[in-house]
Design a protein around this ligand. Structure first.
Ligand code: 13P
Ligand code: ZN
Length: 273
């Protein structure tokens, strides 16, 4: 079967990276059944032949108007599709969509009429915000990392920046590679516009990784591998915290002085209050 990826090495390499990350999500146990979703802004890979493609089905509503996405293209995981399947067959378990000129609907253009993820409101609202701000972020990842989700079942870690401080202090890499910390969104219905709005608000406060209470994490970055890495380092810290608690003690954590030194030497954003 012909694919839009044929003879488009730049586009293919981005979809290959999505497939690679999907495999990691499955092997980490973060992607039960159809759990999690990925979207990538691929607009810079679009050529004239792609522009001429016609929609595989009538346009579908986004549910809100997203003016900064006019003419943008995305690869989206399909709703109900499994990460473990996407890892092998990304174009059968996801599709390429184009935002319509009205900025309120989208068309599925390739390879197959696979309906995008149910979390499209959150993904597209976030891409609209990032594009509008002129930020270089192109990828958004939602996944269900076990230990991070477990933390959100305790009110204490849902307090603003409480989890960030604890996770940063478990191992220096976490602050170095997730320097903006972790925003917190209280439980909201999956795939809802309210969840999309709350995620957007945390992003506008300066976070690029956001926890959805008792559900999962939502991360944005320049590409999908970097988005995955941010979640991976955060979850590693959560595992270290839990391992220490399982050994019967509260982990000491790095001191404020050690954290300040790290921020100074690596030129990281200032410590959260
Ligand atoms: P989709 O299969 O629609 O992407 O949903 C998975 C999910 O994790 C919803 O939050
Ligand atoms: Zn989910």
């Amino acid at each position: 079967m012909n694919s839009i990826l044929d003879s488009r090495p730049d586009l293919k390499s981005r979809i290959d990276a999505v497939a690679e990350v999907a495999g990691y999500l499955w092997s980490k146990g973060w992607a039960e059944r159809n759990g999690g979703n990925i979207t990538v802004n691929i607009t810079e890979c679009v050529d004239a032949r792609m522009e001429a493609l016609t929609s595989l089905m009538p346009p579908l509503p986004i549910g809100r108007v997203l003016p900064h996405l006019k003419g943008c293209w995305f690869y989206c995981k399909g709703t109900g599709k499994r990460m473990r399947d996407l890892a092998r067959y990304p174009m059968q378990n996801g599709s390429i969509i184009r935002i319509a000129p009205d900025c309120a609907s989208y068309e599925i253009v390739a390879d197959l009429p696979v309906l995008p993820t149910s979390e499209l409101p959150s993904h597209l609202s976030v891409h609209n915000y990032l594009t509008g701000k002129g930020l270089p972020y192109k990828a958004s990842l939602h996944t269900h990392p076990i230990e991070l989700v477990a933390l959100t079942h305790d009110r204490k870690w849902m307090e603003k920046d409480a989890a960030t401080r604890m996770l940063w202090s478990m191992i220096p890499e976490t602050r170095a590679f997730c320097p903006r910390g972790l925003g917190m969104v209280p439980y909201m219905l999956p795939s809802s516009q309210e969840l999309a709005q709350a995620t957007l608000e945390e992003l506008s406060r300066g976070y690029d990784v956001v926890m959805w209470e008792k559900h999962g994490v939502f991360a944005v970055d320049t590409d999908i591998m970097n988005a995955f890495d941010q979640v991976d380092v955060l979850n590693k810290s959560a595992q270290i915290y839990i391992a220490a608690r399982n050994m019967g003690f509260e982990p000491e954590g790095m001191t404020d002085c050690q954290m300040d030194e790290l921020a100074r030497v690596f030129n990281l954003p200032r410590q959260k209050a």
